[in-house]
Ligand binder design. Structure first.
Ligand code: GLU
Length: 281
């Protein structure tokens, strides 16, 4: 097998907290343990929420933690044209369709929730005729593109992926992907020609990532990623999902808890070793 390539892919929409430090350190240490490469990717497609100062803080905090990554760092905000091409390819193949529904309309028509707890879209716009779609696009109505899941489920059949155990990473297990539970997931948003799902699979392939390591909160999203890799003819990495750090109430550490930011801990006199100890590494 070629040299393993792992990545840490934070979104610069806040300061890194202990949960990020844990994820970054795990991924870095696994890469080293596998004699592999460690890459960093800045996932800043959400230009309204992501800020350059948070990107700078990521570099500073990770360097302070003692991590070394390869340059140049891939920044998703430089790659919208690439994502747009892929989204167009999916649309031209009839695998996505334009959806004009508002958030309120979706919430009202929802038939349940997806694995993230968001309203499950009932496929209203899947039934629009071609001329109506063209008319609304020409009129400049805000449009997002959704996977035509009923069509795709029939087309792709059974999809699987390989999950490795975090430690050691050599006991793989084959898992079934179940993209249907996401319904007609959004692949290109109204405010951008892409989505987290589309950008992440394109960039994991572009960076030659062999092992995706991420928290269990993103485990279910792998269903969509495996489907997109199949549709776009992209290689499929091995997946590993690490545990999440929880706060005292049992909730996932979130960026809103400022006191937990690496920056704040540094200011309180913590050392990188203290961080490693706090996350039990
Ligand atoms: N950018 C995502 C986040 O900060 C993680 C991306 C991934 O691991 O797929 O939650």
């Amino acid at each position: 097998m070629s040299q393993p390539i792992l990545r840490f892919a934070p979104s610069p929409n806040g300061l890194l907290h202990l949960g990020h430090a844990f994820s970054a350190l795990q991924t870095h240490d696994w890469a080293k343990g596998l004699d592999g490469r460690f890459l960093l990717r800045i996932e800043d497609i959400d230009t309204a929420r992501c800020k350059p100062e948070f990107t700078d803080a990521i570099f500073e905090d990770l360097a302070w933690l003692g991590l070394k990554w390869e340059e140049p760092v891939l920044r998703q905000s430089n790659r919208f044209a690439i994502y747009r091409d892929a989204a167009n390819q999916l649309a031209e193949n009839g695998w996505t369709y334009p959806c004009f529904c508002s958030r309120a309309e979706i919430a009202e028509a929802a038939t349940g929730t997806d694995p993230d707890g968001a309203p499950l879209y009932p496929g209203t716009c899947r039934h629009l005729g071609r001329s109506e779609r063209e008319r609304r696009i020409a009129a400049g109505d805000p449009v997002q593109y959704r996977l035509d899941m009923p069509k795709l489920v029939g087309k792709v059949g059974v999809l699987t992926f390989t999950q490795a155990q975090p430690s050691p990473m050599d006991r793989p297990q084959i898992r079934y992907a179940n993209p249907a539970r996401w319904g007609d997931a959004v692949i290109a948003r109204k405010d951008m020609p892409t989505s987290y799902h589309l950008s992440v699979v394109i960039d994991d392939a572009a960076q030659g990532i062999t092992h995706v390591t991420r928290g269990r909160d993103l485990e279910a999203a792998t269903d969509i990623h495996v489907l997109l890799q199949f549709l776009l003819g992209l290689p499929q990495p091995i997946y590993t999902f690490h545990r999440l750090l929880l706060d005292d109430d049992g909730d996932k550490l979130s960026k809103s808890r400022r006191s937990m930011s690496i920056r704040a801990l540094r200011e309180q006199g913590w050392t990188p070793e203290d961080v490693r100890e706090a996350v039990s590494l």
